[in-house]
Write a protein that binds this ligand. Structure first.
Ligand code: TRP
Ligand code: ZN
Length: 854
């Protein structure tokens, strides 16, 4: 199944875009399913556009051709790189092809494949070409009719049902769509069903299809789907447009989920949930991903991308929409803090290293390598900044114009921005730099009294990134307020920094003299790194007084980080001012417990490694690990009684509910448990483990017991959950992430030898391998280099069967330049070993070459 790498794969470039010379008027597909020889018959009506040539290129990979015809006559096709060339007539014609594919042998999980006896497909970005010959590009949109022949009881495809009988089913999708949205599922499945009535009164059948035995784990996903459908009507005026909406849960899946028209396919991790098996975080992800895929129906499907360079057109916008939805369903400040944590952990890291790229890239070798935090998360931030700059009414008007004008089209970022330029009568060409400049801008703030004014100076700099040495100033919305001695003296205003620097000023008699403190970048109004000379004491004050909850949290986090950096430098210990402020937060029952829990979450090892780099130090992951533990213990010792009080006060009574309120209490309670275990030992965790009636509490206690080295806990957990795949993923992940860094590679080796370790299942592979690389940085970066070797060995093994997941996971090596010379050499050696491996996939080949800086 390997994509054999050609000697030097040619990059695809945005500037080379040309339209496809034919319209596809109609597609009709027929599948005779069989595990190792599925027959696919296609009938496609092509209509030439003016100037169409005499030869047509169709994509096709790993297909066994049986016959190819034009208008009923056999036609000889010429195999070429990635497909075939077909001599075609000058006027409209019908192409018919019969091919065979082998779903049982498809371990890459792209195209038509099998998972636990069930047939399913994954076509984004370029998987349809592994199903039949086709112009597999997103700007070719057509209505599809599908016939499926199989003895399996449930046969699904896109669109509306159009007839079924003994051994077959037919589906018609009237909405023209690109091939990447095609889907087919067949299997022994059961449905959890409901109905939805749209705002205009149409009734939609909703089904979530799962394997028998899982039907009692679908209620939450269904509830999230119904809330998403209602929300998109209310907030964006978008209604659903078919008679049915099907979701299928699949165990073997490369990513989170896929928005195929009318037939979303999900990694079962993001569908199946019960209180006993899923954590609060799982419930929140299910809600967000169900919403994300549903929202794609308009932002992605009805309006799609002209080419894959425009990926952020659908992904950035859809992430922005799912973040808005989650903020409306839950606590908006908590949602914002979590979104920024993810952005910094993944996107800032990407932007700071050799994989930095534009929100709209300009070239790629393998498009699957560009489903990145930059395209998704920074893409969403860019939409959020646009909304901040033009304000909500204009944002809504621009979106409505976009939906009206471009429905049924394949569009570009220019098309999107033009709608907002039109409704606001402004020129967004400078704003557009957010799409074409990689790197995280740095905003520097300086302030003080100047004559009878208080002046605030803001300046910006966008750092150089690979192939982009010089940058132009971005348009940076900075929400800010001014504080003086705990009082807000200037209420929130928006400053737009669109040049290299700007000066803002207020009369001193308004702000007062003395300790004026700006609260900058409220709500994280732009994805930038802020350098402000706010003192330790001023940050502690903001942590207490700031009326912007995001900045309240940000102030707390920045003092914790600063303190930890001092400890890492060997200069200090936990500041008493910090401890006092943290305890005030802990006691403040007027504040959402989830917010208080976030205030107590220490920056991750990776966050601190980057903080070391930013402060001019070389990060030592083992030292960082030790200092985090030391801070945790210091906090726990300083406020043990209050931690116990909050642990007890936040016990939730009654049956489990995944709602934000009780979930927030569990998050604070389990945060307290973490600190308390550091001073009390594992007694409390053991008691909680034994009493737990939901996975959130069981998992939290399990983690503490693993850390404490409880000799029986892993076996106990395994005995209880060995038959539940998703729960066992947590078992693998948690043991890996929480292993003593010095024993991490041994733990990884032991876990990969476990009878339930299956490297072909992406979730299971990630549990252990990402459990090490992301979950246990001190173990991965062990000075011996054993972590690097272990991970590279597994990447090479997986690459032979699933290049897409391998390439994504290879980003563990993208931070190599941060470290000391020894670690750099060890990491680079593994990158070079991978680069030189025989039969390396195009996917992993591109990643490794970018990471090496080649
Ligand atoms: N479009 C999907 C989403 O964001 C993600 C996706 C892209 C995907 N490529 C994939 C999912 C490959 C599975 C496999 O919702
Ligand atoms: Zn998406």
């Amino acid at each position: 199944m390997k994509d054999a790498a050609p000697a030097a794969p040619q990059p695809i470039r945005l500037e080379d875009y040309t339209p496809f010379p034919w319209e596809v008027e109609a597609v009709s597909l027929s599948f005779a399913l069989s595990p190792d020889a599925t027959r696919v018959t296609s009938r496609i009506r092509f209509v030439p556009k003016p100037g169409a040539p005499a030869q047509m290129f169709l994509h096709g990979e790993d297909l066994t051709p049986i016959s190819t015809k034009i208008d009923g006559q056999d036609v000889v096709v010429v195999p070429t790189e990635g497909g075939i060339n077909v001599p075609v007539p000058e006027s409209a014609f019908t192409w018919e092809a019969v091919v065979e594919v082998n779903p049982a042998a498809n371990t890459a999980l792209e195209g038509l494949y099998m998972s636990n006896g069930m047939y399913c497909t994954q076509c984004e970005a370029e998987g349809f070409r592994k199903i039949t010959y086709y112009p597999d590009r997103p700007d070719v949109m057509a209505p599809f009719k599908v016939r499926i022949e199989s003895d399996l009881p449930v046969l699904l495809s896109n669109g509306n049902p159009a007839g079924a009988g003994e051994g077959f089913a037919e589906w018609h999708d009237p909405h023209p769509k690109p091939a990447y949205l095609f889907a087919l599922v067949a299997g022994e499945l059961v449905a959890h069903s409901d109905t939805f009535t749209t705002a205009s009164g149409a009734s939609v059948d909703l089904n979530i299809w799962v394997r028998p035995g899982d039907e009692d784990k679908c209620a939450y996903a269904m509830d999230a789907l119904i809330r998403s459908m209602r929300w998109d009507e209310e907030v964006y005026g978008r209604e659903y447009d078919l008679d049915v909406f099907n979701i299928v849960a699949v165990d073997d899946f490369n990513m989170g989920a896929m928005e195929n028209k009318g037939l979303n396919i999900f990694n079962s991790k993001y569908v199946l949930a019960s209180p006993e098996t899923a954590t609060d975080a799982d419930f929140a992800s299910i809600e967000a991903i169900i919403a994300h895929e549903y929202f794609h129906n308009w932002t992605g499907n009805r309006i799609t991308c002209r080419d894959w360079f425009q990926l952020c057109l659908k992904e950035g916008l859809t992430v922005f929409r799912d973040q808005q939805f989650s903020a409306d369903m839950r606590s908006a400040p908590v949602q914002r803090i979590q979104d920024v944590l993810t952005l910094r952990a993944r996107q800032f890291r990407e932007d700071a290293g050799p994989l930095a790229h534009n929100v709209r890239p300009e070239s790629y070798v393998e498009i699957n390598n560009f489903y990145t935090a930059t395209v998704y998360e920074k893409g969403a931030e860019v939409i959020g900044m646009l909304r901040t700059l033009i304000e909500d009414d204009a944002y809504q008007a621009g979106c409505t114009l976009y939906f009206d004008r471009h429905d049924g089209q394949a569009c570009t970022i220019e098309d999107w921005l033009a709608c907002f330029e039109e409704v606001t009568a402004t020129d967004l060409s400078q704003f557009k730099r957010w799409y074409s400049q990689a790197g995280t801008p740095k905003v520097t703030a300086r302030w003080g009294a100047e004559g009878d004014e208080f002046a605030l100076h803001l300046s910006q700099e966008v750092p150089p990134t690979p192939n982009q040495p010089m940058k132009e100033p971005a348009v940076i919305p900075v929400r800010l307020a001014l504080y003086n001695s705990g009082k807000e003296v200037v209420g929130e205003t928006l400053a737009v920094l669109d040049g290299p620097e700007m000066r803002l000023s207020w009369p001193l008699d308004v702000v007062g003299s003395g300790d004026v403190t700006p609260s900058l970048l409220r709500g994280f109004s732009a994805p930038v790194i802020l350098d402000a000379p706010t003192t330790f004491g001023q940050r502690l004050a903001l942590m207490r007084d700031d009326t912007d909850p995001f900045n309240r949290w940000e102030a707390g986090r920045s003092v914790v980080r600063e303190d930890l950096l001092n400890m890492i430098r060997g200069q200090g210990f936990v500041a008493t001012g910090l401890l006092t402020s943290l305890e005030i937060v802990l006691r403040d029952t007027s504040v959402d417990p989830a917010f208080r829990a976030l205030m107590f979450a220490l920056p991750s090892g990776d966050d601190l490694a980057q903080a070391c780099v930013d402060a001019g130090m070389v990060p030592d992951p083992s030292l960082i690990h030790a200092k985090r533990k030391e801070m945790q213990r210091a906090i726990a010792e300083a406020m043990t009684d209050e931690l116990i009080r909050q642990y007890e006060a936040n016990a939730t009574a009654g049956p489990y509910s995944p709602a934000a309120g009780p979930a927030a209490q569990r998050s604070l309670r389990n945060t307290c448990l973490g600190y308390l275990t550091a001073v009390e030992g594992p007694v409390r965790a053991l008691a909680q483990y034994e009493a737990a009636t939901n996975m959130t509490d069981q998992m939290a206690a399990f983690g503490r017991l693993v850390e404490a080295g409880d000799p029986d806990i892993a076996a106990r957990f395994e005995a209880q959950w060995k038959d539940d795949r998703l729960v066992m993923d947590k078992w693998f992940m948690s043991q890996m992430a929480l292993a003593d860094p010095n024993a991490a590679v041994d733990t990884a080796a032991r876990l990969t030898e476990h009878s339930l370790f299956d490297y072909k299942n992406p979730n299971r592979f990630r549990s252990v391998i990402a459990g090490l690389t992301a979950g246990n940085p001190a173990g991965f970066h062990h000075p011996s280099g054993a972590g690097y070797r272990f991970v590279a060995d597994w990447l090479l093994k997986l690459d032979a069967i699933n290049p897409q997941t391998t390439a994504r996971m290879s980003t563990a090596f993208d931070s190599w330049k941060r470290y000391d010379a020894d670690r750099q050499a060890l990491m680079l050696a593994e990158l070079e070993r991978m680069a030189a491996a025989e039969g390396l996939s195009r996917d992993l080949g591109e990643m490794v070459s970018r990471m090496r800086g080649a």
